[in-house]
Write a protein that binds this ligand. Structure first.
Ligand code: GUN
Length: 290
């Protein structure tokens, strides 16, 4: 049976370390990192995430700024708010919750956030750095996934990693990080042929497609490490359940290690957001990591 990787405990440890780091930044440098989260509209899942983010930001001792705008807010109003946050010295990180309503140009908004305050790693400068010198800010979900992989496997060199999904938020940056870690990386997507045998050749399988239980156990190489990024809400037996992109009932007897849903990648994503905010606050203030 697979080891179930406890993302919740891992995230708690990361937040404990961040709390100590924030205490030291306040005491030694008078610096309190601040994170601004902007939510446009009333998407229920986004509201839950934003509430969790705000609570955890305060719990580690940082300042939280929340901006909720109506779903019909025009693009210029949003861009004006971002400009104001870019100029605000108490704000070191800005996160605009995605997806944005259809009438807003997402790329325009993402790139309006100063790259020094981008905590998602979505700004073109940070995307470019991730794919060249490996500096800059790393997107939260791939970063949390990589941390769990390294703690499980140690050195990842030479392993074959298959990433299912090619989104800008998860698939592409995940592939870049695994490549940096010296994996041989294959990115698969909806047009990939013979997905099943490809998955079965993976030492590391990262599923980030947003399709409930798409990967059954017999697609998994015995002993492989599986990171399930999916968080899908389904109705089953008259109940709403959260399930991953992997079918855990058939995958757990085969895999070597697997992240659960919920309690795997999800908690790590928020912890990494806090980590990125502290990192940006240090950069802006010119305080190096020691
Ligand atoms: N929506 C879903 N995941 C994310 C994320 O990591 N960052 C932002 N900004 N929006 C999201």
């Amino acid at each position: 049976m697979a080891t179930v990787i406890d993302g919740k405990a891992f995230a708690q440890q990361l937040r404990n370390d961040l709390k100590d780091e924030v205490t030291a930044l306040k005491a030694e440098h008078g610096l309190t990192p601040g994170l601004a989260v902007v939510l446009v509209g009333e998407d229920p899942a986004s509201q839950v995430y934003v509430r969790n983010k705000a609570r955890q930001t305060v719990e580690v001792g940082m300042q939280s700024f929340e901006h909720r705008l109506d779903a019909d807010t025009d693009q210029q109003t949003l861009l004006d708010l971002i400009e104001q946050l870019n100029d605000d010295d108490a704000v070191h990180g800005i996160l605009v919750q995605l997806p944005l309503p259809g009438h807003i140009d997402e790329s325009r908004v993402i790139n309006a956030v100063s790259h020094d305050k981008d905590v998602d790693g979505f700004h073109l400068i940070n995307v470019g750095r991730l794919n060249t010198d490996g500096g800059g800010v790393v997107p939260c979900t791939p970063l949390g996934s990589l941390m769990m992989l390294k703690s499980q496997l140690g050195d990842l060199s030479g392993l074959h990693a298959v990433v299912l999904g090619r989104s800008n938020i998860v698939g592409k940056p995940m592939a870049a990080l695994l490549l940096q870690a010296n994996c041989t990386v294959t990115v698969a997507h909806s047009r990939t042929r013979d997905l099943e045998s490809l998955c079965r050749s993976a030492d590391i399988l990262v599923a980030a497609v947003g399709r409930p239980r798409m990967v059954p156990g017999d697609w998994i190489k015995p002993g492989a490490t599986v990171i399930d990024v999916g968080i899908n809400r389904i109705e089953e037996d008259g109940k709403t359940r959260l399930v991953g992109d992997v079918d855990h009932a058939s995958a757990e007897p085969v895999a070597g290690a697997i992240t659960p849903v919920p309690g795997g990648v999800g908690p790590m994503t928020i912890a990494c957001l806090l980590h990125n905010t502290v990192q940006q606050a240090r950069r802006i203030a010119g305080i190096s990591e020691d």
